[in-house]
Design a protein around this ligand. Structure first.
Ligand SMILES: NC(=O)c1ccc[n+]([C@@H]2O[C@H](COP(=O)([O-])OP(=O)(O)OC[C@H]3O[C@@H](n4cnc5c(N)ncnc54)[C@H](O)[C@@H]3O)[C@@H](O)[C@H]2O)c1
Length: 351
C-alpha cells in the first residue's frame, strides 16, 4: 500500500465531517469508498438497487458490513425511480454526492444494451436532477478509461479525443460526462468526472478477470485469455483508487482555477473537470496471469482466444492531473495487489 508513500503535492482536507451521499454502495467501488469515508468519520447515505448483474449475496454482504456503522444509512431502490432518488437526497441533504452506481462491464453491453441506457443515462439523469435541487458543494461521478476507445496515442490524457467509443457502455459513460458538464454550466454545480482504469482488489467484481481467473484456477477449470494474451491494462488497486477519490472530494473545480501543473481538463465554461485515476504503468495480461499463478501456487490451464468485439488492446493513464490536484498517484504493484486479492478470496470462501 503506497497511499501515504506517494504524495508530495497539495492536499486539501475538510475542517469537519461531511454528509456524503454515495450511489452504488453495495458495489465494489462504492462499498470500498463508503467504508473508508465512515472510517474517516463522515456520515454516508448509500443508495443501491442490488441489481442481479452478479451475485446479489456479495452485494448484501458489503451492505451488511457498512451497516455496522451507525453513521451509515442505506436505501435500496433503482435510480430509474426519480421520486425515490430525489426523496433520498432531500432527506439526507448531502454536502457531497458521489455517483458510482451504473451498469458496468464492457462485454455485457453487447448482450443487454438496454440495461446501460436505463441505469447509466436515465439513472444518472435522475441523480443530476436531485443534485440540482439539493446543491452539494461537489458532485463527483464515475466514468471510465473505455471512453478513450481505440485511441493509440499513449498514455491517455484527459484532453485527448473521446469521440469514438467502441461499446455502448463507453458511449453511455461519455454521455454522462457530457450531461454532467451541461448541468455544471447551467446550474453552477461544481462537478468532477473520474475516469477509472481497471480497478481490482478485495471485495472485487465476480465478472472481472481477476475474480474469474482465481475462481477457475482454484476449481481446476481453464481460463479464457482474450487477445491471445497480448492486451495490457493500467490496473488500479482499490485502496489507491479510494485514496484518490477521497483526496478529490474537497478539490471542487472553480471556473478559471486551473491545476498548478500539467494540462488541466477544467472547462472554460463550467466548474467541471475530468480526471484519470490510474497508475500510469500498464501491465501485460500474461504478466498478470503469471502473478495470479504465483500467488495461488498453481499453473492455469489456458485457452487462448482472439480479441472480443469491443475490447481495446491497451489502456494507459496519464496521471499528471490527479497528481497535481491531490499530490497522489496510485502506485501499488500488481504483485502486492493480486496477493491481497487472493488472501481476501480465500478468506471470503473459507478456503
Ligand atoms: N471496476 C472497474 O474497473 C471500473 C472501471 C471503470 C469505471 N468503473 C465505474 O465505476 C463505477 C462503480 O463500478 P464497480 O466496479 O463498483 O461496479 P459494481 O457493479 O460492483 O457496482 C455498481 C453498483 O451499482 C448498482 N446499480 C447498478 N445499476 C443501478 C441502478 N440503475 N440503480 C441503483 N443501483 C444500481 C449495482 O447494484 C452495484 O451494486 C461504475 O460507474 C463503473 O462504470 C468501474
Amino acid at each position: 500500500m503506497n497511499a501515504s508513500a506517494n504524495h508530495d503535492g497539495p492536499r486539501r482536507t475538510f475542517a469537519a465531517p461531511q454528509k456524503i451521499l454515495v450511489t452504488g454502495t453495495a458495489g465494489f467501488i462504492g462499498f470500498s469508498l463508503a467504508r473508508r469515508l465512515l472510517a474517516d468519520g463522515h456520515a454516508v447515505c448509500g443508495v443501491d438497487g442490488m441489481t442481479p448483474y452478479y451475485d446479489v449475496a456479495l452485494k448484501q454482504r458489503r451492505h451488511a458490513m457498512l451497516r455496522e456503522s451507525n453513521r451509515f444509512v442505506a436505501h435500496e431502490f433503482m435510480l430509474e425511480d426519480a421520486q425515490a432518488t430525489l426523496r433520498a437526497a432531500q432527506s439526507f441533504a448531502p454536502d457531497i454526492v458521489v455517483h458510482l452506481a451504473a451498469q458496468a462491464g464492457v462485454r455485457y453491453s453487447l448482450e443487454n444494451p438496454r440495461a446501460y441506457i436505463d441505469a447509466n443515462l436515465v439513472g444518472t439523469f435522475n441523480v443530476m436532477e436531485a443534485v440540482r435541487v439539493v446543491r452539494p458543494a461537489h458532485f463527483l461521478l464515475a466514468s471510465t478509461s473505455s471512453v478513450y476507445g481505440g485511441n493509440v496515442d499513449m498514455p491517455f490524457g484527459e484532453r485527448d479525443s473521446t469521440d469514438h467509443p467502441l461499446t455502448l457502455y463507453a458511449a453511455t459513460k461519455k454521455a454522462t460526462e457530457a450531461m454532467s458538464h451541461s448541468y455544471a454550466h447551467v446550474w453552477g454545480l461544481p462537478t468532477t468526472a473520474f475516469r477509472f482504469f481497471t480497478v481490482y482488489g478485495p471485495w472485487g467484481r465476480p465478472d472481472m478477470a481477476l475474480f474469474k481467473f482465481v475462481d477457475a484456477i482454484l476449481n481446476d477449470r481453464p481460463i479464457e485469455i482474450y487477445g491471445n494474451g497480448e492486451m495490457s491494462r493500467d490496473f488500479t488497486y482499490i485502496d489507491d483508487l479510494v485514496e484518490a477519490i477521497v483526496r478529490l472530494l474537497p478539490a471542487a473545480p472553480v471556473v478559471g482555477e486551473r491545476a498548478a501543473a500539467g494540462p488541466d481538463s477544467l472547462s472554460g465554461s463550467a466548474p467541471w473537470r475530468v480526471v484519470n485515476i490510474g497508475g500510469g504503468e500498464p501491465v501485460g495480461l500474461m504478466t498478470y496471469v503469471a502473478t495470479i499463478e504465483k500467488h495461488l501456487g498453481r499453473e492455469a490451464k489456458k485457452i487462448m482466444l482472439p480479441m472480443q468485439t469491443g475490447d481495446v488492446p491497451a489502456t494507459f493513464a496519464r496521471a499528471d492531473l490527479l497528481k497535481s490536484l491531490t499530490g497522489f498517484k496510485p502506485a501499488t504493484s500488481v504483485d502486492e495487489g493480486v496477493g491481497r486479492f487472493v488472501e481476501w478470496y480465500r478468506a471470503y470462501h473459507n478456503l
